[in-house]
Design a protein around this ligand. Sequence first.
Ligand code: NAD
Ligand code: DAU
Length: 348
Amino acid sequence: MKRILITGGAGFIGANFVHYLIEHSDAEITVLDALTYAGNKESLRGIPAARLHLVVGDITDAPLVGQLVAAADAVVHFAAESHNDNSLFDPRPFLDTNVVGTYTLLEAVRRHDTRFHHISTDEVYGDLALDDPARFTESTPYNPSSPYSSTKAASDLLVRAWVRSFGVRATISNCSNNYGPYQHVEKFIPRQITNILHGVRPKLYGAGANVRDWIHVEDHSSAVWEILRRGTVGRTYLVGADGEKSNREVLGLILGLMGQDPGAFDTVADRAGHDLRYGIDATVLREELGWSPAHRDLSAGLARTIDWYRRNPWWWEGSKAGTEDRYLQQAAAQGAEGHGTGKIGDGA
Ligand code: NAD
Ligand code: DAU
């Protein structure tokens, strides 16, 4: 598996995975990335040209995808529209990239019989109650809530169908919330860190009771690398590091680490249809592949992440104002239109 095609390699997790492979393998990497608002080629800065080739293009471009897949031994598919809030206001790009883009890649790997790993999310399973001791497993039924998570669920089902019907050699991983360097400032943790660095109060949706299961992005990378090399074709693996925390708790850690008063934040209107809790049971990955996370202390990981954003304003400053403008526009649209929170089958 020498030549690896990585879609979305200029995004948060894709770029971290590229850095991981540069350090832990001798792979020659091609990144295919459309450099949308979420992609930044500066996230790949410093990687020797002999190891990395960046192709700026769209995963829905079938001739381009076919040409790149033909030259690869394996494909790792990260490219996606990834932000729930954006999906509530403009779902179309999520369908194009997450569904049609994944279909386009599947057709190419089918033609060329190329090993394929599909990166997905725990959000395909919907949410758990705050007081439910259960966690998601590989057999939890799909029940996505947002346009984002429903398009990711659709993409997973396409992969499963292409494995079953056409013998495509694919694996899927569904991971929980990642944090670490190179994450876009629209996302919860970098948004709050960069707000504080700008002297702006952090913004907490609703009461902040929603729980996310945090994993350091480097641990996600090590899991994907294990699955790509040693995973069983046709299988789904859940990736998580036992990192459940409420948003309020995470914000409390960030405020403390940045020397802020514990009450120095604003609560703002809640996200429509906001999933309550995600929790991952990664037993299969741990037992079958012997994987375990290296980063177990969220506070220490957050301290390093804060330090990274403090030292690298050149990387994020350019997108901060536009991101906050978009949040203002979305808040205005939500106020004008309103959004439901019910789910078919919930009796809501
Ligand atoms: P991101 O938004 O930071 O990066 C997405 C990348 O995909 C960007 O570089 C963007 O330019 C590129 N892209 C978007 N549309 C494209 C297109 N049509 N053609 C080519 N490139 C395109 O996302 P991320 O947070 O790094 O997430 C990467 C993957 O991991 C996604 O599939 C996401 O669903 C999944 N995931 C994310 C998390 C998380 O916590 N962020 C957790 C689990 C799974
Ligand atoms: O679970 C995996 C998913 O995690 C990935 O599939 C998605 O691509 C990724 O974006 C992430 O989704 P979330 O919606 O959980 O992440 P986000 O960073 O947007 O929000 C995390 C939590 O913080 C969520 O409960 C909403 C809340 N939040 C978010 C923002 C941006 C706030 O309270 N305030 C904010 O300003």
